[in-house]
Design a protein around this ligand. Structure first.
Ligand code: ZN
Length: 442
């Protein structure tokens, strides 16, 4: 296997997983979510992957878990029995959480039930109506404008049950009880970037964390329907208090599979550990091949809304490639498996893996005596002078210059503009020689 293929393994793996998840119809509740969890569990290959069912009617803070919704079929046919659109052709054709319907309507009334996107005449838009009773269909504006005046049969076979809303989590314990939270959502039907890519990247990162020989932190991955699922997770058992006590950093993953620039949605704090670690990787790491777009918390949109709300306040950062809302394919049938790629997923994986490494090794360091250490007598200074040789020495001296026990590694890396993975090799030898020690509590 050539090197480029080897370095794409996780991206390829994640793409395959996204392809398995893509055809499944998901909403905020229902069997599609459970089926998706089965596939994710198999992918991670760990029996500690746990599905949590929150029954319909459960109060979760200010919200109530809705009835479980499932759908078997939906279509519109004309007078001659010709199917105009069908759920089995594209599951975006039905408005999510539609009430069952079996009705003939005149052409003049048809419009009331149809959603199109006039500005993008060829796309099927993605539309939901979770909390307001309605029935509806989605189709391209182009198709809708060509429909002939006649009677149309609207049919949706859906059911609302006293069932449950399904969530999933997997925890990998580390040396410390302090936690890193990785959250993504699982409530969208067939769209590649939003959000098969998030589920696939999360699962792939879970595999990576599972394989780590040593973990300083405990890692909690959660897969929740957006908004209501994140709220339900926080309200479940003692989760809110537990997370408030333990979470040191965390990320919501959304739209992470395209080939565009990266995006950070800062937490409300703007400089939480999660914000700083992601920004550090984006600024300094050689692995990052694209630019970073910065968005303030005012432009939040995914579950960073819940995790950073006033009584939760976990300092969670949003991570995307092209941010939700910012690409024309967003919430349309153009957000397909062709819109995302192994390369796109690999880039996101590499960044998040690096972020995990930064979090693992971030610490306070200090020089245990006044003035610069004498590096020559410890063989840390090159005996011969050769072009390029002093680059590493400069990094070493700069690092030592700021190792005063008050700047953590992320801060020093930002000041001296060196990637943490490069600094770690130097830190190891300085620790071995006793010219640097871990200094203080973060
Ligand atoms: Zn969405």
């Amino acid at each position: 296997m050539d090197k480029s293929k080897f370095s794409m393994i996780e991206g390829h793996d994640a793409y395959l997983l996204a392809s398995k998840l893509f055809p499944i119809y998901r909403s905020i509740t229902g069997n599609g979510v459970r089926k998706s969890f089965d596939i994710i569990k198999t992918h991670i290959g760990d029996n500690s992957f746990k599905v949590i069912e929150i029954p319909t009617g459960t109060k979760v803070f200010d919200w109530t878990i809705p009835k479980e919704w499932n759908i078997e079929d939906a279509y519109i046919e004309d007078e001659r029995g010709q199917k105009i659109i069908s759920f089995s052709d594209n599951n975006l054709h039905v408005v999510g959480y539609s009430q069952p319907i079996d009705l003939w309507v005149d052409y003049s009334d048809l419009e009331k039930y149809i959603y199109t996107e006039k500005k993008q005449p060829k796309v099927i838009p993605y539309v939901t109506s979770y909390y307001k009773e309605s029935s509806g269909f989605c189709m391209s504006y182009e198709q809708f404008s060509k429909l002939k005046p006649c009677k149309y049969h609207l049919y949706i076979k859906s059911s609302f049950l006293m069932g449950a809303l399904s969530l999933a989590e997997i925890v990998f314990y580390g040396e410390s009880q302090d936690e890193i939270l990785i959250s993504t959502y699982c409530c969208h039907p067939s769209m590649g970037n939003d959000n098969c890519s998030g589920m696939a990247l999360s699962a792939e990162l879970a595999k990576y964390v599972k394989s780590m020989v040593h973990r300083k932190y405990t890692y909690r991955f959660i897969f929740v329907p957006e908004t209501i699922g994140a709220i339900a997770y926080l309200a479940h058992k003692d989760n809110l208090n537990h997370l408030k006590r333990r979470v040191k950093a965390g990320y919501t993953l959304s739209c992470v599979g395209d080939d565009g620039d990266y995006s950070i949605i800062f937490s409300n704090k703007e400089n939480s550990l999660s914000d700083r670690a992601l920004l550090n990787v984006m600024k300094n790491s050689a692995i990052v091949k694209r630019k970073l777009k910065k968005y303030s918390f005012l432009e939040r949109g995914s579950d960073e809304r819940q995790f950073n709300s006033p009584n939760v306040d976990l300092g969670i950062t949003g991570f995307c490639r092209t941010k939700y809302w910012e690409f024309p394919e967003y919430h349309t049938s153009l957000d397909s498996m062709e819109f995302i790629s192994s390369e796109g997923l690999q880039g996101s994986f590499d960044c998040m893996k690096q972020v995990i490494n930064v979090l693992e090794y971030n610490d306070l360091y200090k020089v245990p005596f006044p003035c610069e250490p004498q590096l020559g007598k410890r063989n840390l200074y090159p005996n011969i002078s050769k072009k390029g040789m002093y680059d590493d020495v400069k990094v070493m001296m700069d690092l030592l210059a700021y190792a005063d026990g008050t700047h953590d590694l992320i801060e020093i890396s930002d000041i001296i503009k060196q990637p943490i993975d490069k600094m770690l090799i130097i830190i190891k030898s300085l620790l071995n020689e006793g010219v640097l020690c871990k200094g203080g509590k973060l």
